[in-house]
Design a binder for this molecule. Structure first.
Ligand code: KIV
Length: 281
């Protein structure tokens, strides 16, 4: 059955964990869907993980739409959330809504935006009026990396925790259905989670959140440019793929691949005809 924003709230109310992962393509989305993952994020992390950019700034709405469409074709039941790219929702509410609607038309069920301020609160309210659910994102917000000053743990002081909490409360009041809390001490995320009605989804924010999200390529050991402390590797796809590619390469060089098993053959009759032709030549 298709998961919805209500699934997220129900899981929090029943004190069951919410499980989220990222996906950028059809076959990954299919696997996550088969594993009954609650929410799939088409994160703007794809700019770095799938496209090799240095950060998330370069991805555009139209590029995101291609990946969202692929994920939507692969995931039938998971709730699909798409990241709004950098500066695609900050210039004006009208432009933001237009871009958000492109995400929904591409197949997302909701959008995610980073940060909290008066403008964003109005933007969230307008999205909800237009039937677009919004996932908030506080703590370390990669789209604000330059003003934050790098990948730094947030919410390390009581004052800063309170500021993040106040912003979380504002997002909740504006109608966000859940909030991602990124890179903060476990106690900070636990405090914020306990004082919100809507669910929190942690990434590098400890076990006290209502749910967890990580970048799939990170936990599968496929993306190896850097490895944050909060990433647990469940397998090492990089090594597995590398090993297989080397084996394939060697077999091609040695003439072992393709074997008869992977080849197609002519019928005896056509073989004879071909041999005759060769004799004439
Ligand atoms: O872009 C992303 O993948 C994210 C995370 C929360 C994983 O924003």
């Amino acid at each position: 059955m298709k998961k919805t924003v209500n699934t997220f709230q129900k899981l929090k109310d029943n004190q069951e964990k919410i499980v989220m992962l990222t996906a950028y393509d059809y076959s990954t989305a299919q696997v996550l869907d088969e594993a009954e993952i609650d929410g799939i994020l088409v994160g703007d992390s794809l700019a770095m993980v799938a496209l090799g950019y240095e950060n998330t700034y370069d991805i555009t709405v139209d590029e995101m739409a291609i990946f969202i469409k692929a994920v939507a074709r692969g995931a039938k039941n998971s709730f699909i959330i798409a990241d709004m790219p950098y500066m695609s929702y900050n210039v004006s509410i009208e432009q933001g809504l237009e871009n958000a609607s492109k995400m929904i038309k591409a197949g997302a069920n909701a959008i995610k935006i980073e940060g909290c301020n008066e403008y964003l609160i109005k933007f969230i309210q307008r999205c909800i009026e237009c039937g677009i659910p919004v996932l908030g994102h506080l703590g370390l917000t990669p789209q604000l990396l330059n003003t934050i000053g790098g990948y730094k743990v947030q919410g390390k002081t009581a004052k800063n925790i309170d500021m993040i909490y106040q912003n979380a409360k504002k997002l909740e009041e504006a109608g966000a259905f859940a909030i991602v809390l990124e890179l903060m001490p476990s106690e900070s995320a636990e405090y914020i989670t306990a004082n919100l009605t809507i669910p929190t989804i942690g990434i590098g924010a400890g076990a006290g959140c209502d749910g967890q999200i990580v970048v799939t390529d990170d936990i599968m050991g496929k993306f190896t440019d850097f490895a944050p402390k909060f990433v647990k590797k469940y397998t090492n796809l990089h090594d597995i793929v590398l090993e297989s590619v080397k084996k394939y390469s060697q077999e091609v060089k040695d003439g072992e691949f393709p074997s008869q098993k992977e080849s197609f053959e002519l019928t005896e009759e056509e073989k004879c005809k071909l041999e005759k032709k060769q004799n004439i030549l």
